[in-house]
Design a protein around this ligand. Structure first.
Ligand SMILES: [Mn+2]
Length: 348
């Protein structure tokens, strides 16, 4: 027996059937499912343009975008609060290039660090780019489409700004000023705890998108306060666990998290370690990867999102985000190298 295996040398091509514009009717918004900014962006897009919301996390982002783009009924696509990384940015441009050839309207709204080369490539193929690293995504959605939105949408945007630590920015702060600060803070927090606690319940997350798009306050949605209370109690337990399990290197505090989300624990790792950078990571057993969350203190002057993007890509993963808050996906056997190299890079 010779050659039982066929070696494929041809690169996979993205094939999308061309249909006339009349047959294209679907409006779809793909947004980030893990925080209030992503959920709120989806809600405001829904209020302004209708259509269907699809919520994704970073590991599932490209797969979903590919799937949606192969829908030959797609007329208009919004992509919100989903930053790109060195690993997926070229593929992202390729997919949208095919889509634009089929006359689909594409709007990309985001505030994560982006390679300027990618911005110009997306602009060249006429993707509508709404991108400002200084305002959260929902605030940008509100600002761009306020003529199509209710007055209440400004409150949804203010809550998103709070949870993304961006309520002190030019537009975000103006929106927060409309409302009582404590009233906005409690609603933003209750919303966040309901999102974080329902990551494995996609129907509930879509329900939240619907309720917010129908101008409900988070406190008006049934049982949100009760659920938030349960989450707060869980967080108190995480504090106790971080105190015991956290380790440090010269520049970072770090901890493997077993029984909660890494992003829920990472701020405690940062705070309790006394370091300028905190890292929490959790295994995704069926994927053979670690989901990594990174946070920087106020005095951290290094852009963590840029470092993590490069390092994660070098290690066969992906990552990126903001200067003081970012994340990565790291192949399981590489996590210790990631921690050591990350610690080293922070020496500069
Ligand atoms: Mn955001």
């Amino acid at each position: 027996m010779v050659a039982t295996k066929k070696i494929k040398t041809v690169k996979k091509k993205i094939v999308i059937k061309v249909k006339s514009n009349l047959q294209r009717t679907k409006v779809i918004c793909i947004s980030h499912k893990e925080d209030a900014d992503g959920i709120s962006s989806a809600a405001l897009i829904k209020q302004a343009f209708g259509g269907v919301s699809i919520l994704v996390d970073y590991p599932g982002q490209m797969e979903t975008i590919k799937q949606v783009c192969s829908d030959d009924k797609l007329k208009s696509l919004f992509i919100c609060d989903l930053g790109l990384s060195k690993k997926n940015q070229d593929e992202f441009v390729d997919i949208l290039t095919v889509l634009k050839k089929n006359h689909v309207t594409v709007t990309y709204i985001d505030h994560h660090d982006i390679d300027p080369k990618i911005t110009s490539q997306l602009e060249k193929i006429k993707v509508k780019m709404i991108h400002d690293i200084n305002e959260c995504t929902t605030v940008q959605v509100y600002n761009a489409f306020k003529s199509k939105l209710s007055e209440h949408a400004s409150f949804v945007a203010a809550c998103a700004a709070i949870t993304d630590y961006m309520e002190d920015r030019p537009i975000g702060s103006k929106l927060l000023q409309i409302y009582d600060r404590q009233f906005a803070l409690i609603n933003a927090t209750v919303l966040t705890y309901n999102i974080v606690g329902h990551q494995k319940d996609p129907d509930y997350l879509l329900y939240l998108v619907d309720e917010l798009s129908e101008s409900k306050f988070p406190h008006e949605i049934p049982n949100t306060f009760e659920f938030a209370q349960i989450q707060v109690e869980k967080l108190a337990q995480i504090i106790a666990k971080v105190k015991v399990g956290m380790k440090t290197m010269k520049n970072i505090g770090y901890m493997e998290i077993m029984d909660s989300g890494a992003s829920g624990a990472v701020n405690f790792v940062l705070g309790l370690s006394g370091k300028d950078v905190g890292v929490a990571y959790k295994e995704r057993v069926d994927h053979g990867i670690y989901a990594v969350s990174v946070r920087g203190s106020r005095s951290c002057k290094i852009h963590l999102g840029k470092i993590v993007n490069l390092l994660a890509t070098e290690l066969g993963g992906s990552g990126g985000g903001h200067d003081k808050a970012c994340g990565a996906v790291i192949p399981k056997p590489k996590i210790q190298i990631f921690l050591k190299e990350f610690n080293k890079k922070l020496n500069q």
